[in-house]
Design a protein around this ligand. Structure first.
Ligand SMILES: Cc1cc2nc3c(=O)[nH]c(=O)nc-3n(C[C@H](O)[C@H](O)[C@H](O)COP(=O)(O)O)c2cc1C
Length: 271
């Protein structure tokens, strides 16, 4: 047993060592890797030019379900953004293969010039690049055990840590503000969510987004309909009639708010 643990530990250590070695190479190449991002960001930081161009909005679904509550909210946000002429790119994060921050600190190396772009090269990197070039970004997640999902967390670590500066003089290296909208859907009714302080728990990401990207706002959809047919599941904690009423009366209102969020963030002038 001990032998098995030791071999396993050794393999894990090797894997981590290999990973760190590959990241060290990336870090050394970071000035080159980050060059494209610097050029694009600089280009994008001309406000007049950007306002005259078609707005680009990135929408990310951090729910494993690609067509349920969170996705429906995000698709309305997409329609809202498109209603004012935005070009929208929509991604289901569940289809991507990526990890959270690996603590390689390539983004913090002196003169690294990664300029807010995470050095790890996996499926998330092109999305992070698009985020840095976007006019607005909207991310949606269900609430799982009072937090956003793991794939949302992994995205946040990479998206927020790379542009975060450990300097007293400035906390972000982004050269312009990018509005971020966060949409959460949850089973919990609004009143209970307030009592158990979901606003504070989920608000941590909103604050970090605001500090690093310059602007963020949250939209919550409460008391969502979890299944397609409640009668098929063991769940007498929830009253299906009430859930159905929420689905028919409240959820359409939430979808309207999602549409407005997409529209508002696209039109927001921040810089
Ligand atoms: C693993 C898991 C954990 C959950 N934990 C919570 C929770 O802590 N609080 C809550 O309000 N809802 C919780 N829910 C319910 C979902 O947040 C809710 O149904 C959400 O709208 C699902 O989003 P989706 O339809 O996009 O998958 C949980 C659901 C799952 C599958």
């Amino acid at each position: 047993m001990l032998g098995f643990i030791l071999i396993n530990w050794r393999n894990e250590t090797m894997k981590r060592r290999d990973f760190i070695k590959s990241v060290a190479t990336i870090a050394a190449l970071a000035p080159i890797a980050g060059h494209k991002a610097i050029a694009d960001l600089t280009h994008n930081s001309n406000t007049t030019e950007r306002n005259n161009k078609m707005k680009k909005v990135i929408i990310l679904n951090a729910s494993p379900r690609t067509n349920f509550n969170t996705a429906k909210m995000l698709k309305e946000a997409q329609k809202g953004a498109e209603s004012v002429g935005a070009e929208v790119e929509y991604f289901d994060l569940v289809k991507l293969n990526y990890k959270g921050c690996m603590s390689c600190f390539a983004c913090k190396i002196k003169n690294s010039k990664t300029n807010g772009l995470c050095a790890i090269r996996d499926d998330l990197r092109p999305i992070l690049e698009k985020i840095l070039q976007a006019d607005a970004v909207i991310i949606g997640s269900p609430v799982y055990f009072s937090q956003a999902t793991g794939m949302f967390r992994n995205l946040m670590e990479r998206m927020l840590f790379a542009p975060l500066r450990y300097m007293k003089s400035e906390r972000t290296n982004l050269t312009r503000k990018i509005p971020l909208g966060l949409i959460y859907t949850m089973n919990c009714p609004e009143k209970m969510a307030k009592q158990i302080n979901y606003d504070m728990i989920l608000g941590t990401d909103e604050k970090a987004c605001k500090m690093i990207f310059g602007y963020s706002e949250v939209l919550n959809s409460y008391d969502t309909y979890q299944f397609t047919d409640y009668s098929k599941y063991d769940c007498d904690m929830f009253d299906e009639a009430h859930k159905k009423e929420m689905l028919e009366k409240q959820f359409p209102k939430d979808l309207e708010k999602a549409f407005d969020l997409g529209k508002r963030l696209t039109e927001l002038k921040l810089n």
